[in-house]
Write a protein that binds this ligand. Structure first.
Ligand code: C2E
Ligand code: CA
Ligand code: CA
Ligand code: CA
Length: 278
């Protein structure tokens, strides 16, 4: 039980009760949802800026809650992280993304890599490489079709992160840095990390036309990445103006509502099919 403050409710309020209750409920629901398979993946296309061809997809998780409908990852990923449920959940995400990707390839669709978000907990798992390797074998997906997205917060321990990333790279898969520019140690590690791609965070792209500082940051990230031999993708591109700007400064790819929101597997399949027929 919670200690009470002097006035009796300082540290313990009905609101807190509700919060704890809903968190507890969420944890139990999550546990059950993993068992019952209530999760689905949607796929957002990543397109090459000059040609507008789909060159990749990002797998994004959705929870089909029996009572609450579609729950977005922002609501349950933090709780999954806290409770450790993120480990089995993320394992499912990687397996499902690989399985789906291989199925599209076997169907004769143009092969494109799928990108999966790694959680902090997952990144810290000592046997991550072995688990990923096992999934690639199980799903028969060639490693170059899997990309793992990490965030800067995972790279605080540079030595650990470098070693972990090297092991993953040895499998032959790709690594990207998600939400680039929002973390701490961006420049310090970039030169030693085996990273293929930088994803410019949506917050910089959003104000590119109005805020000269954001525009300068975006141009700098593009130039720097290219000097380091990395591909750059801009997240959250919503307008033609943003696209024109990014094209002018040589950004390689975009992901955003301007081209497409995340799509169901069926819808993404249709897109890929119609591109192949073009
Ligand atoms: P993220 O990795 O930065 O993913 C991009 C988010 O931006 C997605 O939200 C996507 O739907 C949204 N988005 C894409 N284009 C636009 C745009 O043009 N405008 C705006 N306003 N938003 C756009 P979503 O799917 O709700 O995912 C939110 C976050 O949840 C992700 O951010 C990621 O950090 C996390 N997440 C999603 N799926 C997974 C997963 O399978 N595992 C883990 N560990 N995290 C995940
Ligand atoms: Ca991501
Ligand atoms: Ca992102
Ligand atoms: Ca984000």
């Amino acid at each position: 039980a919670k200690e009470r403050g002097k006035n009796g409710y300082e540290l313990y309020t009905p609101e807190m009760d509700e919060l704890y209750l809903s968190k507890f409920t969420m944890e139990n629901d999550l546990r059950k949802a993993i068992q019952d398979g209530e999760f689905v993946l949607v796929y957002q296309p990543q397109v090459h800026i000059p040609s507008f061809e789909i060159v990749g997809t990002e797998a994004l998780i959705r929870w089909r809650h029996p009572e609450r409908g579609i729950v977005s990852p922002g609501e349950f990923i933090p709780i999954a992280e806290e409770t450790g449920l993120i480990v089995p959940l993320s394992e499912w995400v990687i397996r499902e993304a690989c399985r789906q990707n291989r199925a599209w390839q076997l169907d004769g669709l143009p092969p494109i890599p799928v990108s999966v978000n790694l959680s902090v907990r997952q990144f810290l798992q000592p046997n991550l490489t072995e688990r990923v390797a096992a999934i690639l074998i199980e799903t028969d997906l060639a490693p170059e079709y899997l990309e793992l997205e990490i965030t800067e917060s995972m790279t605080m321990d540079v030595e650990f992160a470098t070693a972990a990333l090297m092991r993953l790279k040895e499998l032959g898969l790709r690594i990207s840095i998600d939400d680039f520019g929002t973390g701490y140690s961006s420049l310090n590690y970039l030169k030693s990390f085996p990273v293929d791609k930088l994803k410019i965070d949506r917050s910089f792209v959003r104000d590119i036309m109005d805020d000269p500082n954001d525009a300068a940051i975006v141009r700098t990230i593009i130039t720097m990445a290219h000097h380091l031999g990395q591909t750059v993708i801009a997240e959250g591109v919503e307008t033609e103006e943003q696209l024109a700007y990014l094209r002018t400064y040589g950004c390689d790819e975009l992901q955003g509502y301007l081209y497409s929101p995340p799509l169901s597997p069926e819808k993404l399949r249709e897109r890929l099919q119609s591109e192949a027929n073009r």
